[in-house]
Write a protein that binds this ligand. Structure first.
Ligand SMILES: Cc1cc2nc3c(=O)[nH]c(=O)nc-3n(C[C@H](O)[C@H](O)[C@H](O)COP(=O)(O)OP(=O)(O)OC[C@H]3O[C@@H](n4cnc5c(N)ncnc54)[C@H](O)[C@@H]3O)c2cc1C
Ligand code: FES
Ligand code: FES
Length: 483
């Protein structure tokens, strides 16, 4: 099926649904769209900002001829972002006459009281069911981090997960999967979609060339990819976003290329996919992403979006600095590259020009004998933004002398910033507690953090000092173990 270049199509209830945006804004969220349908009111709004999971739905995406299932927060997704995908709501999973095993398990374990959160839990459990057989407690907890329940308590819901996810993902939906593959294959995702209404323009380029041409023609347009930052402008601030370039359909921005010396992540690679690749390759990045948002957020949020938003409390920039990553920008005029260290220039400001987008992020492979660590301090462990964070790298020689050190802090200034004074003090000195304590004093001199709702400035200083001490403690233990 070819689209008319102004309509979007997706699969719902076993059929292709087409939307032409005559009487609906392209920035309508999937949540609000579903709530207007007669048969999909199970999905709920709780927070409209990605924190509660009441709006969780599952997106089915065609990957290597099969459907991959991802839990997402429908309150953060604009309708055009689901072009070419399968939208799965709680009603698609089962009903009281034909319950899915995850639903039956929730009944059996008394996993629901008032029931407001239950459809969101069921859809999260369904995604877990499809992706993991006999999941560990850690995997179950991670799958449920993005769902809040104020009445039941989580023990019974965790038990429902453990009881039900034991059938290798096989269910009625497996039976209809080949039909869904057939339907999705009929949707054309290879041509740019341009939606124009009387008040908005929304572009979905299909290639990097189309994306940069659009950015050149419309330098004032807002670029989005996962929209986990930008959607809040609509859902919380009620802004009308007049012009959007949505990169989520550009396949080439989703590539991960593994080479001998580095791994290149397309800017549109989801943080969940970055996390998966990082587990083996970049453990410090993995540790940071393990406490980044929730799986619903990480399935949408992209690495390019986290870097481009240049938030002083963004979680990947300190780690990318520690790994000495390179940010590759592209435009109609060609490519430019910046080290992560130089890319962010101020509060939400970067080197990126109006006609550029981030194409990819290149991370050098870990070097033998070099320690990389990341730590995040936040008010709670899960689904919380950083108060202070650090990405750190250390190379010492056989005499325990520091040859190279990077201490990149988040939350201590208007931008992610290295503790340059501490770094240069420590370089060439012994990696000893005495020297580290002296460097901790330099961190005090170097940063003037702010006080805000998350923390006072003094507490931030203490945290920053102590993160260096923690880094020393863990790396000096490592060298003892290595001996
Ligand atoms: C509930 C919740 C929890 C969160 N938790 C965390 C957390 O733990 N840690 C954290 O750091 N952040 C967190 N965030 C913030 C957000 O998820 C991240 O910043 C995310 O990485 C943004 O990526 P995105 O693709 O969704 O960006 P979008 O919202 O699409 O865009 C964000 C910014 O990047 C720009 N942009 C996106 N892609 C490109 C590109 N290729 N080229 C140029 N510009 C681009 C956009 O113009 C915009 O300015 C959270 C957000 C929510 C809603
Ligand atoms: S409504 Fe709370 S996460 Fe979407
Ligand atoms: S059962 Fe009431 S909020 Fe979860």
């Amino acid at each position: 099926m070819s689209n008319k270049n102004s309509t979007i199509s997706f699969i719902l209830d076993g059929k292709i649904v087409e939307i032409d945006f005559h009487d609906i804004k392209p920035t309508t969220t999937v949540l609000n769209y579903l709530r207007e349908l007669p048969n999909h009111k199970g999905v709920k709004e709780g927070c409209a900002e990605g924190d509660c999971g009441a709006c969780t739905t599952v997106l089915g995406e065609l990957k290597d001829g099969k459907i991959s299932y991802k839990a997402v927060d429908s309150c953060l997704i604009f309708l055009p972002m689901i072009h070419g995908k399968q939208l799965i709501t709680v009603e698609c999973i089962g009903n009281s006459d034909n319950m899915h095993v995850v639903q039956q398990a929730m009944v059996d374990t008394d996993g629901s009281q008032c029931g407001y959160c239950t459809p969101g839990f069921i859809t999260s459990l369904f995604a877990l069911y499809k992706n993991h057989n006999e999941p560990s407690r850690e995997i179950i907890d991670d799958a449920l981090t993005g769902n809040l329940c104020r009445c039941t308590g989580y023990r019974s819901i965790v038990e429902a997960a453990a009881k039900s996810c034991v059938h290798n993902g096989k269910d009625d939906i497996t039976v209809s999967e080949s039909k869904v593959v057939e339907l999705i294959s009929k949707i054309d995702c290879s041509n740019q979609i341009s939606i124009k209404t009387s008040i908005q323009e929304y572009f979905l380029p299909a290639t990097i060339q189309e994306a940069v041409q659009l950015k050149s023609d419309h330098p004032d347009a807002i670029v989005i990819n996962g929209a986990t930052d930008i959607a809040l402008k609509v859902t919380k601030q009620n802004q009308l976003l007049e012009k959007i370039i949505d990169l989520s359909m550009v396949v080439d921005l989703n590539q991960i290329i593994e080479e001998d010396e580095h791994i290149t992540f397309g800017a549109g690679v989801s943080l969940e996919d970055v996390k998966t690749v990082s587990q083996q390759n970049f453990p410090a990045m993995y540790d940071m992403l393990a406490v980044f948002g929730s799986v619903q957020i990480r399935n949408l949020a992209t690495l390019g979006g986290n870097v481009a938003s240049a938030s002083p409390i963004g979680d990947t920039p300190p780690v990318l600095m520690a790994y000495d990553a390179t940010i590759v920008l592209t435009s109609v005029d060609g490519q430019r590259e910046f080290k992560m260290d130089d890319f962010i220039t101020g509060y939400h400001e970067t080197q990126m020009m109006d006609n550029e987008i981030i194409k990819e992020i290149r991370i050098p492979r870990q070097l033998d004998g070099v320690n990389y660590k990341s730590y995040k301090i936040s008010k709670r462990k899960d689904l919380d933004i950083s108060t202070v964070s650090i990405g750190a790298r250390l190379k010492t020689n056989s005499e325990n002398i520091v040859e190279e050190i990077c201490l990149a802090y988040g939350g201590m200034a208007a931008l992610t910033k290295s503790a340059k004074k501490a770094e240069s003090y420590l370089t060439g000195k012994e990696w000893s507690r005495e020297n580290v304590e002296e460097a901790m004093n330099l961190i005090d001199e170097e940063f003037t953090p702010i006080s805000d709702a998350r923390s006072g400035a003094d507490a931030r200083r203490v945290m920053a000092r102590n993160l260096l001490l923690k880094f020393w403690t863990e790396t000096c233990q490592l060298s003892v173990v290595n001996e």
